[in-house]
Write a protein that binds this ligand. Structure first.
Ligand code: SF4
Length: 233
């Protein structure tokens, strides 16, 4: 797991080396005689000096701390990495450095990663497949190229419409209408129906299932699953 805030996710009282080696030591992944060498190698793998193992977190910048968090995650020899808004709290230039480091490591180590983000540009840069969620449910799942070329779900379309682009020039911002409902008391049927311009009676009564919509795509919308139903006259 790599968390959003590297200022909160590292124990300020533990030296960086102790933080990185805690998981492998606890789970017996590395013989004690090799822990120190492995820790230094991991620091070098994420672009930091091995000698930094003896320093405390407050001696590092945000980008360096996120590199330490990546080293800590890699120390567990994971099959799957979960990055929860892992670059959201970094400056844009530092974001790019950390993302490129992550992409290099993913390629070199053959890692699978679940990358959670609100930044659609970053998602496009990093991900092979993208799942769009609304109020805790996946509403569309597709290969990234397919999704960005042709969004299908009304919520996905609304999201993409709101992304600023350099080529479009001046244009009016068109927000999704209405407020986000409470996740602990979601609307009946399709949770997006109070804000959806295509909603019909079926949308208010029946939760749409995630169904195949061609080319590795799945969409949870009645428009792709028999229709939204006719309004009573
Ligand atoms: S199921 Fe209905 S309300 Fe939900 S996204 Fe589709 S058309 Fe809109």
């Amino acid at each position: 797991m790599i968390h959003q805030d590297p200022f909160a996710s590292l124990n300020p009282r533990m030296k960086v080396g102790e933080t990185i080696s805690e998981g492998p030591r606890t789970h017996g992944l590395v013989p004690s005689s090799e822990v120190s060498a492995q820790t230094r190698a991991l620091l070098q793998q994420v672009g930091l000096e091995g000698a930094y193992a003896d320093r405390l977190p407050h001696q590092f910048s945000g980008g360096q701390r996120q590199r330490i968090a990546i080293a800590r995650a890699l120390a567990m020899q994971p099959d799957l990495l979960v990055l929860d808004e892992a670059v959201a709290s970094l400056d844009v230039s530092i974001q790019a450095q950390v993302l490129n480091l992550f992409l290099d490591l993913r390629r070199d180590l053959g890692l699978t990663a679940l990358f959670i983000s609100h930044d659609l540009s970053v998602v496009r840069h990093v991900c092979d497949r993208v799942a769009i969620m609304y109020l805790g449910r996946v509403v569309e799942l597709a290969p990234a190229d397919e999704l960005y070329a042709r969004p299908e779900h009304p919520y996905t379309k609304a999201l993409f419409t709101s992304v600023p682009t350099l080529g479009t020039g001046r244009r009016a911002f068109e927000p999704v209408q209405g407020e986000i409902p409470s996740p602990i008391d979601p609307p009946p049927g399709c949770a997006f129906h109070p804000r959806c311009p295509f909603a019909g009676p079926r949308c208010r009564a029946e939760i749409p299932r995630l169904t195949a919509a061609g080319a590795g795509r799945r969409v949870a919308c009645h428009l792709n699953d028999g229709g939204v139903g006719a309004e009573a006259a």
